[in-house]
Design a protein around this ligand. Structure first.
Ligand SMILES: Nc1nc2c(ncn2[C@@H]2O[C@H](COP(=O)(O)OP(=O)(O)OP(=O)(O)O)[C@@H](O)[C@H]2O)c(=O)[nH]1
Length: 602
């Protein structure tokens, strides 16, 4: 095949609501095209991160080249770009879609269209992609593919005649899906004779080779030795090699127009390569950079503090390394009287936060304390100045605050009709306002709400799932800033304010939350040698209190006789517990205390 002929290339993503089976289908495609021999098949090959595999969710996008021998006797080059399905990672989805001509839209045959099916479908339509609907899990007895076809037509306005019924589990229908991709997805356009114009989709840092970037070539070509420049970042480098992943790396001489693959930059500074930037020739640049897609804006902030203060610099290095392939991650130094030096880190959402925290702990061997999540408040001071406050400790004194605005979301919940009451009740409890209700079909209602982001980042999602028996699905986007009556709730241990335990909350919720927190902290903070009063306060006013009683007995007193191994076990256990404690004043506080707010039912 001539590298300048793009007629046999198909670049596509697989998009779906979470758990509808993208990764499983990707695995089957790799297997069927013999990209990976069956015996080497480790399920969910595209999910390379440990955390992804354990949680069964796709977080980072991956690009893999697959050669497909189609029924027409021709061989096609498929570049399959896996995307995450969770609502936190919509940004990654749009980034992947910018590199494709087509999208396989997977819908679970037992669940039908859900909230993120709707948003992914509209992302794909807005990106002008050819959509191949695939109805998955047809092996399950509860599958109802014909009804799902109707939903796809009615709810998404996508013709479902071409929908392919598949089972990622048994492999049934996967061949038909590959044929549909050949016929329905357009080959890439682009001019091989123009100067290089390539989009950086993703990048990672390799100790030996420096930054390796995943790219999609829109015009021109790239080969080893080319002198390239990043159009926005400005850095230049000599290409150290190019290739593709299948999914193991496979070196090539050239990446041609329309293709997707990786470029070894040799750059040693992880910050030098920005995802979304355009690569071109330093000596003969293309006319204009590719349109950068939407910048990801962090929605949730949390303080991350090393348990051992000596790890501060290591934490900074680790954040910098993760930032290379996750530009949405932002941070600034933060100092806490209780926890010492750390960083206030911005995330796309709660799941993103958990994943990053876990990667920092596992991959970089850091022991961290995370403080409760906060949003970005706009605080208007009496002197007319507006400041952005992402940490309760930065809130100015009440006397200097004129008013505060908080971020609101437009949330969309799709639920079976019998749960609309429960959903509405949940929204009201979280200060949400119903703005619209659309009956999509007999089985599903789409409800629209305006709701403060701060409410959604606590336990909203878990509550939604439990109150609708798992049927409702949620999608949201930023709407605007609105004025709210917010106050700072402080927690005092033994009479001393603990800055890392302060929260910004709505005035009407402050009392209930303060009581809930004092009770929860009483359970969490272990007994000490002395009594520990816990108080909740707004300014100087104490609004709730509880007490951790003093410990009377020694931990070993529980042991009868001289059972040495039992004693040792207890001491070990105590030591283990200590590791995760932070001494605040004279009180030992376990790390879960800082996230107690997530566990308080108000
Ligand atoms: N019975 C059956 N189960 C399936 C099929 N496809 C996927 N599953 C199961 O459905 C669950 C979700 O599948 P995944 O492939 O992880 O879903 P995903 O859409 O990639 O999920 P995220 O990456 O987290 O968005 C897993 O437990 C799969 O084993 C299928 O065709 N039949």
């Amino acid at each position: 095949m001539n590298t300048f002929d793009t007629s046999h290339i198909r670049n596509f993503s697989i998009v779906a609501h979470i758990d509808h089976g993208k990764s499983t289908i990707s695995d089957r495609i790799l297997e069927l095209t013999r990209t990976v021999e069956e015996r080497d098949m480790e399920s969910q090959l595209l999910d390379t991160m440990d955390i992804e595999r354990e949680r069964g969710i796709t977080i980072k996008s991956n690009a893999v080249r697959v050669m497909y021998d189609a029924d027409d006797g021709e061989t096609y080059q498929f570049n399959l770009i896996d995307t995450p399905g969770h609502v936190d990672f919509t940004y990654e989805v749009s980034r992947s879609l910018a590199a494709c001509e087509g999208a396989v839209l997977v819908v679970d045959a037992t669940q039908g269209v859900e909230a993120q099916t709707v948003s992914n479908a509209s992302l794909a339509m807005n990106a002008d992609l050819d959509i191949v609907p695939a109805i998955n899990k047809i092996d399950l007895p509860s599958a109802h593919p014909e009804e799902v076809k109707v939903e796809i037509e009615d709810e998404l306005a996508i013709p479902a005649d071409d929908a392919v019924c598949v089972s990622g589990k048994t492999g049934e229908g996967i061949h038909d899906l590959l044929e549909a991709i050949v016929f329905l997805v357009s080959p890439p356009k682009g001019d091989a004779n123009k100067p290089l114009k390539a989009l950086i989709l993703d990048s990672y840092f390799d100790e030996y080779r420096g930054v390796v970037a995943t790219v999609r070539i829109f015009d021109g070509q790239v080969k080893k030795g080319d002198h390239l420049r990043m159009m926005q970042g400005g850095e230049e480098f000599l290409v150290d090699g190019v290739g593709v992943r299948r999914p193991a790396e496979f070196a090539l001489d050239t990446l041609g127009v329309g293709e997707v693959g990786f470029v070894v930059t040799g750059l040693k500074d992880p910050e030098a390569v920005h995802v979304g930037d355009t690569l071109t020739l330093a000596g003969n640049p293309c006319d204009a950079p590719l349109e950068g897609y939407r910048e990801a804006k962090p929605m949730v902030y949390t303080g991350l503090f090393p348990i051992d203060n000596k790890d501060y610099e290591n934490l900074r290095d680790a954040l910098e390394k993760l930032h290379v392939n996750d530009p949405s991650l932002v941070w600034e130094p933060e100092t806490s009287a209780a926890l010492g030096f750390g960083f206030r880190v911005g995330f796309l959402g709660l799941l993103h936060m958990e994943v990053i925290k876990e990667r920092l702990e596992r991959e970089f061997d850091l022991a961290l304390i995370a403080t409760s999540p906060s949003v970005d408040y706009h605080v208007y001071k009496t002197d007319g100045e507006m400041i952005e406050v992402r940490s309760p400790q930065d809130l100015p004194d009440v006397t200097r605050i004129d008013h505060i605005e908080e971020p609101y979301l437009k949330a969309k919940i799709i639920t079976p009709p019998e749960y609309t009451g429960a959903v509405m009740q949940l929204a009201i409890e979280h200060r949400g306002i119903t703005t619209d209700m659309i009956h999509l079909s007999q089985k599903s209602v789409e409800m629209h709400f305006d709701i403060p982001l701060a409410e959604l980042i606590l336990d909203f999602f878990d509550q939604l799932k439990s109150r609708t028996k798992g049927y409702a699905s949620l999608d949201y986007e930023f709407s605007d800033y609105r004025m709210s009556e917010l106050v700072k709730l402080d927690i005092l241990l033994s009479g001393d304010e603990v800055d890392a335990l302060s929260f910004i909350v709505h005035k009407d919720k402050a009392y209930g939350l303060a009581r809930g927190l004092c009770d929860k902290l009483k359970e969490i903070i272990p007994r000490q040698l002395f009594e520990v009063p816990i108080q909740g306060a707004i300014g100087n006013k104490i609004i709730a209190r509880s007490t951790v009683k003093a410990r009377r007995k020694d931990v070993l007193a529980k042991c009868y006789g001289g059972d040495i191994s039992r004693k040792r076990k207890l001491l070990e256990k105590q030591k283990e517990g200590k590791k995760r404690m932070k001494a605040i004043g004279s009180v030992e506080v376990p790390q879960e205390a800082f996230l107690a707010i997530l566990k308080v039912e108000d």
